[in-house]
Design a binder for this molecule. Structure first.
Ligand code: ATP
Ligand code: ZN
Length: 210
């Protein structure tokens, strides 16, 4: 039996559940439940916070997971990725107050930047020779400049309206993300076989959607 971890409730949840259902896998889901078993495929679904999914799959508590690449790479386990799933597309961007002058990433030298993605942002800045002070906060990153916590932010953007609403403008794309299927790297032969069957179905679903 394969154990697949998906986000319990959030932006990935509905599309993750829809994908599994469109693969022809039936299960009863109840929002208060922590796990559920499929009735017509050897699959158990675990409902978790997205941030916990990469670690659980790395440790083998779950065999598979569906998570944003942003969370996967930030957690430090990019090698777990099996394939992109084409939904929950978003980008991690740097933004500064609308009125601030900004020409290039070099302008961030020595600047305070608030983010929930210190690993991805740190690597991006280091590659470009920029030393900034990263302040890691877990939510409401976009209000940091207005409360004086930082002069710039790096956060997830999909449409940009949240940035505009907070008087910020997007100046650099740091990372592009979508939901990905991830797998533990030491699956048994039987589980690998089931994973292949599942991937085959997922690819068929995606082809049919196009
Ligand atoms: P959890 O309670 O599970 O920790 P969360 O609040 O961290 O949830 P969500 O906001 O539900 O996470 O986002 C989950 C993922 O959806 C993000 O990591 C990202 O990959 C993707 N995503 C797509 N569009 C957006 C968006 N506009 N804002 C935030 N995340 C988005
Ligand atoms: Zn989260």
């Amino acid at each position: 039996m394969l154990r697949l971890a998906i986000q319990k409730s959030g932006r990935l949840s509905e599309d993750s559940l829809n994908l599994i259902r469109e693969c022809g896998i039936s299960f009863l889901s109840a929002s208060y439940k922590l796990k559920t078993e499929a009735t017509n495929f050897p699959l158990e679904i675990l409902y978790l916070r997205d941030d916990d999914i990469p670690g659980y799959v790395q440790d083998g508590v779950a065999d598979l997971g569906i998570v944003g690449q942003n969370v996967l790479v930030e957690a430090g386990f990019p090698a777990l990725e099996v394939e992109g799933l084409g939904f929950s597309k978003c980008r991690l961007s740097l933004a500064v107050p609308r009125a601030a002058s900004y020409d290039s990433v070099q302008d961030l030298q020595g600047v305070n930047i608030a983010t929930s993605y210190p690993q991805i942002l740190g690597a991006y800045l280091t590659e470009r020779g920029v030393k900034a002070n990263l302040h890691t906060i877990s939510g409401s990153v976009e209000i940091a400049p207005s409360i004086g916590l930082a002069e710039a932010i790096c956060d997830i953007v999909s449409s940009g309206s949240t940035l505009l609403g907070n008087g910020l403008r997007e100046v650099e794309t740091v990372f592009r993300s979508e939901a990905v299927l991830i797998a533990n790297q030491n699956l048994s032969a039987e589980k690998k076989e089931l994973l292949e069957q599942l991937q085959f179905r997922m690819q068929a679903v995606r082809r049919a959607r196009r």
